[in-house]
Design a protein. Structure first.
Length: 214
């Protein structure tokens, strides 16, 4: 508790004992909504933020661990409900960590406070980013493969028959493949939204047509 807080009542002590016992990476903080100051932090939250509990108590929450501008608190200013919402928390180094967060109003120290519980979902978000990369790589492989194969086949043929006059049809196919490659690269460079399409065996790839600027 911060310096001007009263000792825990029996009810408050039971609550903090429960919060202290939370495992599985579930962090918990209690915030005084009138002053937006942190009055309680459990060990899991302190570990996630990589800061001693004593250094967090009494701090203004939106300047320390919940990065929002003054006057823009989702609960007290914007009156939002936060229940299993994806947010972020600042660690001791000022880095943003993605979390799944829930906020509930509780009675603490004889008046209303905010109990904020959250779980680190960095691993989940990293997996999602990896999935995005794999889908982009799949799209590139799928769309670039055919024109590249046409070019390779044509080049290999011409390299084996250097003295032969280049067949007109083959040159046209090479030009078409080159134009197609240029168009695909242009779409990749102009992706502005996340759209996917079914590929093979339940896998999905980025839909370049829908994802890029028209």
């Amino acid at each position: 508790m911060d310096g001007d807080a009263r000792p825990y009542s029996p009810a408050d002590a039971r609550l903090t004992a429960i919060l202290d016992s939370l495992l599985l990476g579930l962090g918990a903080v209690i915030i005084d909504p009138a002053r937006h100051r942190i009055v309680y932090v459990n060990a899991e939250a302190a570990a996630l933020i990589n800061s001693p509990v004593a250094d967090m108590l009494g701090k203004v929450c939106h300047r320390f661990i919940f990065p929002v501008a003054a006057g823009q608190c989702p609960i007290t200013d914007l009156h939002q409900d936060i229940d299993h919402s994806e947010r972020c928390v600042l660690n001791h180094a000022g880095e943003k960590i993605p979390i799944l967060k829930t906020v509930k109003k509780i009675q603490f120290s004889g008046r209303e406070h905010l109990l904020e519980t959250f779980m680190d979902i960095s691993a989940v978000k990293e997996k999602e980013r990896l999935q995005d990369v794999l889908e982009m790589a799949g799209a590139a492989s799928h769309h670039l493969g055919q024109p590249l194969q046409i070019l390779l086949t044509s080049i290999e043929y011409l390299s084996r028959h250097p003295s032969e006059k280049q067949p007109h049809d083959m040159v046209e196919e090479m030009l078409k493949a080159t134009r197609k490659l240029k168009a695909i690269i242009h779409r990749i460079q102009n992706i502005t939204q996340y759209e996917t399409e079914e590929y093979i065996k339940g896998k999905r790839i980025v839909d370049l047509e829908k994802a890029s600027l028209r």
